[in-house]
Design a protein around this ligand. Structure first.
Ligand SMILES: Cc1cc2nc3c(=O)[nH]c(=O)nc-3n(C[C@H](O)[C@H](O)[C@H](O)COP(=O)(O)OP(=O)(O)OC[C@H]3O[C@@H](n4cnc5c(N)ncnc54)[C@H](O)[C@@H]3O)c2cc1C
Ligand code: SF4
Ligand code: SF4
Ligand code: SF4
Length: 394
């Protein structure tokens, strides 16, 4: 019987399912909404290709210490449609101009889930812009990358580090000369179950239908998780409370708590993230008010890619120490909270307000303010109860 990696460290990357020619592995959502491989023993031939592809069984090699830059796109419209500095857009445009193909994460049409897809023009790239703080499902993307590489096309694959690791695991000995990989510094991922819960709240639905579009932006996302025009306080707007639940760490996939990619040494050619705390350790006089990315150039190929787009960027070399100082995900995984055990079960039976009070670390005065805003403050003070639990459908 085939032996894939332990469930607690399975990232859901889909490398095993993509490697199985006979279709014996399907990715199936568990009760929390996270995808895990399920092997059909009746079809399995025991060839072992899935085990060879799993990046958690044979770790993918990391590059040595990177060169570190602070950067942003000098086009303000692009910068304001992105999450930190609009670096992804400029890499993608370069690859598209070379008649290449770009892979990245997009929202589903009903905005309730996220999946990977590819683009051959900039219209296809635009929905990939901006962070979606939900696990993206890989689907057939790894196989498509392989087909494009075989046909001689340049490919840019972007995603979380574990998705890039899954791609390398799947590709094995296949030539990667035309493959460029860009990963994000990664806090961890909740399942689409959290997003569905959040979007099911009537007040959230009302807020989102009344706005959320970024004026003057190059791409108006139907669901902007952040507002880079207010960077570094960019977690504002209709998704603010969702992001608070996400950042609480209590909805992450189990593998995120022991993630091996939370380090300055990376597997991708380039890594992008937020340059939190820029200027705190050493002087910096650039205008970061519309976002600032940290860029780790991990390989020779990454260095060539950055070089070919630098005329579109503000770019300044910085130190690794400065990048790590305020970005916890460059030195250690998100810590597991005891409430993680029951978090998905909790949101099936409680309202959004209850969940916010239960999971987000509010001060007492902010708690009271939220309760009064919701109109149930007095009842809470008398009874000590938040809101009546109710059964939710996911
Ligand atoms: C789940 C997640 C967690 C993150 N955690 C951190 C963190 O802790 N610290 C930090 O500094 N930065 C983090 N980032 C990265 C940050 O939010 C920005 O994405 C990054 O700085 C790049 O910004 P940009 O302006 O260059 O490009 P943008 O246009 O904002 O980025 C778009 C890129 O992100 C990819 N992407 C978007 N959503 C997903 C997804 N769900 N899964 C896989 N890929 C996705 C797209 O494919 C594309 O490559 C995280 C991103 C994600 C998606
Ligand atoms: S051993 Fe081979 S046939 Fe069986 S699940 Fe793995 S890849 Fe598929
Ligand atoms: S290949 Fe990816 S999805 Fe499959 S078992 Fe390994 S980590 Fe999990
Ligand atoms: S924290 Fe690690 S395991 Fe979790 S999604 Fe990010 S890269 Fe993958």
């Amino acid at each position: 019987m085939v032996k894939l990696c332990d469930r607690n460290i399975c990232t859901g990357c889909s490398a095993c399912a993509s490697a199985c020619h006979g279709g014996a592995i399907s990715m199936v959502a568990d009760s929390e909404g996270f995808l895990f491989p399920s092997v059909n023993a009746d079809i399995c031939s025991g060839c072992g290709l899935c085990e060879k592809a799993c990046p958690q069984l044979a770790q993918v090699e990391k590059h040595p210490a990177p060169a570190v830059f602070a950067a942003w796109n000098t086009n303000d419209a692009v910068r304001c449609s992105s999450s930190s500095g609009g670096l992804f857009y400029t890499f993608a445009r370069h690859i598209i101009e070379q008649k290449g193909v770009v892979f990245g994460a997009v929202l589903s049409e009903d905005i309730h889930s996220v999946s990977h897809t590819y683009a051959v023009d900039m219209d296809g790239v635009k929905p990939m812009m901006g962070s979606k703080y939900v696990q993206s499902s890989i689907g057939s993307s790894y196989r498509e990358v392989k087909e494009f590489l075989k046909s001689g096309r340049k490919v840019l694959f972007t995603g979380t580090p574990c998705q890039v690791a899954g791609l390398y695991g799947f590709l094995g000995k296949c030539s990667t000369d035309n493959l460029y990989t860009v990963d994000v510094i990664c806090h961890g991922v909740p399942s689409a179950g959290l997003l569905k819960f959040y979007l099911g709240d009537s007040a959230v639905q009302k807020t989102i239908s009344n706005g959320g579009i970024q004026a003057g932006a190059a791409y108006s996302s139907p669901l902007a998780f952040r507002n880079p025009a207010a960077w570094p306080d960019s977690f504002t707007g209709p998704m603010k409370d969702y992001v608070s639940l996400f950042l609480s760490g209590q909805f992450m996939r189990e593998s995120c708590f022991s993630c091996s990619h939370t380090s300055i040494q990376r597997i991708s050619d380039i890594t992008i993230g937020d340059f939190w705390g820029i200027g705190e350790c050493q002087p910096f006089d650039g205008d970061t008010s519309k976002g600032c990315s940290v860029v780790l150039v991990n390989s020779e190929k990454g260095s060539r890619l950055l070089d070919s787009v630098k005329e579109n960027l503000f770019l300044q070399e910085r130190t690794a120490g400065e990048a790590i100082a305020r970005n916890a995900q460059l030195h250690s995984p998100t810590q597991r909270h005891p409430k993680r055990d029951s978090s998905y079960n909790y949101i099936q039976h409680h309202s959004l307000l209850s969940a916010m009070l239960h999971f987000v670390d509010y001060s007492f005065s902010r708690k009271i303010k939220r309760l009064y805003k919701s109109g149930i403050g007095a009842a809470y003070l008398v009874t000590g109860r938040t809101v009546r639990p109710r059964k939710r459908n996911r």
